[in-house]
Design a protein around this ligand. Structure first.
Ligand SMILES: Cc1ncc(COP(=O)(O)O)c(C=O)c1O
Length: 365
């Protein structure tokens, strides 16, 4: 029996390799939330012909890269800062801002709490309710947010609940927070998977509000977690210069700098990803909803949260059943308010989704 007390994250394939004796290359990760299309052949040959960039330092200002991102998200490159994944920017932003008291909407990604605690701040959670499909009740949340917080953080779409807030709701929230000198950090790591991205993304709001920091990356949508390329967008020159004070130079290497310039204009890849996701999301949701004993929460992005309601079955058992078949799901019991009845899976290629659905059906019987 697998000791599941330490939870396996989406990137913990090495731990699985040791614990289960399965080669990590053979595991299909339904837990990492990474686009299953992988890198395009065009990107691979573009990079392989230019490997010599390693012999030079990247541009300290990353001017070309920021311009490519600016074109991609329709935003002034002066409002953009690049980082070593969204992770470096979460850390830099929170380290620079040093919030005394931050409000997080839970259950959510654990890095925010860790970073705030490291910089000496206090974290409070506002937990969304399962009865409301974990969707935020904005009116009720505003009552809490009006208290003496100096930072609110939200993940949109949220990991692991996949709930989203609209740009309109974010605008309302920003106006309220602005009045009390409170900043908002929005992690948009998964936003490109949402069909109507423009109605959800906060990026265009940086022109209206200077208490806003939006973070994004290339790990999930562009299938490049090993590249370590993320970016932040803010209209606040104060926040930008604070972050720049803390930031080490050249944390994005020359390959990531180059790859970024290619990725952000690769319309073919973006279109193929959106088509695959739409199809597979519909397919997996339909199949999962038909399995007795499962509650499938709504999703608009590339992953879904599921609750096991059947007596005698739980996510520990399901994890073990699936990993033996070289498929890794995310047991969600490490998220506050969730327990080992909840698991999360992302949508992969059709044949992999078929295999996982089959395994879940067997395990639930
Ligand atoms: C919500 C969220 N933000 C940020 C990250 C990390 O992103 P990056 O690889 O760009 O550092 C993850 C990774 O799982 C995530 O789920």
């Amino acid at each position: 029996m697998l000791e599941h007390k330490d939870h396996f994250h989406g990137s913990d394939l090495e731990k699985i390799e040791v614990a289960m004796g399965i080669k990590k290359e053979e595991i299909v990760s339904f837990s990492a939330n990474v686009n299953p299309l992988g890198l395009s052949e065009e990107l691979k040959s573009f990079l392989s012909e230019r490997l010599d960039v390693i012999t030079s330092y990247p541009d300290r200002e990353y001017t070309k890269l920021r311009k490519a991102i600016g074109n991609y998200i329709h935003c002034d490159p002066e409002h953009i800062i690049v980082g070593n994944g969204a992770t470096e920017l979460i850390s830099l932003f929170l380290g620079a801002l040093k919030p005394k008291k931050a409000l997080l909407i839970g259950p959510t990604y654990s890095e925010y709490e860790r970073e705030i605690s490291l910089s000496g701040g206090i974290v409070h959670y506002y937990f969304t309710k399962e009865e409301q499909n974990f969707q935020l009740d904005m009116a009720d949340f505003l009552l809490e947010a009006k208290k003496d917080y100096d930072l609110v953080i939200l993940c949109n779409p949220n990991n692991p609940t996949s709930t989203t807030l609209t740009r309109k709701e974010l605008s309302l929230l920003l106006s309220e927070l602005d009045r009390q000198n409170c900043c908002l950090m929005v992690d948009e790591t998964y936003v490109e998977f949402v069909e109507d991205e423009a109605s959800v993304s906060a990026v265009s709001l940086v022109n209206e509000f200077d208490n806003l920091m939006v973070l994004r990356g290339t790990s999930k949508f562009f299938a490049a977690p090993g590249l370590r390329l993320g970016y932040g967008i803010t209209g606040s020159s104060r926040i930008l210069s604070l972050i720049k004070e803390y930031k080490n130079p050249w944390t994005i290497n020359s390959i990531a700098e180059l790859a970024g310039c290619f990725l952000f204009q690769d319309q073919t890849f973006m279109k193929a990803t959106r088509e695959l996701m739409e199809k597979e999301r519909d397919f997996v949701l339909r199949e999962l909803s038909a399995i007795k004993g499962l509650t499938v929460f709504p999703t608009t992005c590339n992953f879904v949260l599921v609750k096991i309601e059947k007596e005698g079955k739980d996510a520990d058992m399901l994890f073990e059943y699936c990993i033996k078949k070289k498929m890794m799901i995310r047991n969600c019991s490490s998220f506050p308010t969730l327990d080992n009845r909840y698991f999360r899976i992302c949508f992969m290629k059709h044949e992999d989704n078929l295999a996982l659905i089959k395994a879940i059906k067997e395990a639930m019987n």
